[in-house]
Write a protein that binds this ligand. Sequence first.
Ligand code: G3P
Ligand code: MG
Length: 257
Amino acid sequence: MWTYPYRIAAHRGGGTLAPENTIAGLRAGFERGFRAVEFDVMLSVDHVPVLMHDPAFGRTVPGSGNVAETSAKLLASMDAGSWFSPAFAGEPVPRFAEAIDFCFANRIWMNVEIKPAPGHAIETGRIATATLQRALAALGAQAAAGRDEPDALVPLISSFSHEALRAAHEVAPEIPRAHLFSAVPEDWRERMRAIDAVALHTSHAKLTPELAREIKDAGYALFCYTVNEPERARELFSWGVDALCTDRIDLIGPDFV
Ligand code: G3P
Ligand code: MG
């Protein structure tokens, strides 16, 4: 069975300690000792994958408009930090490739959540996966030259979008995939099989111990989002949940048991 290299991942980069989906966020998690991270990937209008959760501006970047209608160059000049704190003013929207570089350089395991803007599932799945595949190939070439050992760093792709996951599967069957569900549907086994998933990711809110057992008995790894209370994390682990992501990286640290 496929397994997670770490049990606790920092959600959206640095949880509540830094602006989400930024390099500053990744750095905040890293400085807290995290070596596992979850973040969201969306496409710009010119098909460059960037780190972003919301399809529309207004929450984490100022103004109005949509990520899917904006160029990567313009996105890189946008302030994705001030909404969080003036200390992060000017923190840009990073390209996915920059986040990959940061994580590889610091040996951070990635859960790459493909977060397509509405109507862009297939190209987002394809392009984000191809970007990751190229980066892994470059890392593999380094390893072959005796400079690194990439095995522990193979990331996990996840998505709520079945279409995006199908595209990811087509492009890079060798990169493991997880199906994300806000609530696990009746036909979860079929959906998992259709994309050859290794793991099921779900909100902890609607998970039951019985369902957790069924998923584990079916041979899948099981991950919950977004768990911010230590007691709840302990309970989920007691049900057989393998790993989780948290915003409270100050409360649920990388060595949490
Ligand atoms: O990947 C787990 C979690 O991040 C899914 O929810 O909305 O925070 O991307 P969201
Ligand atoms: Mg996410």
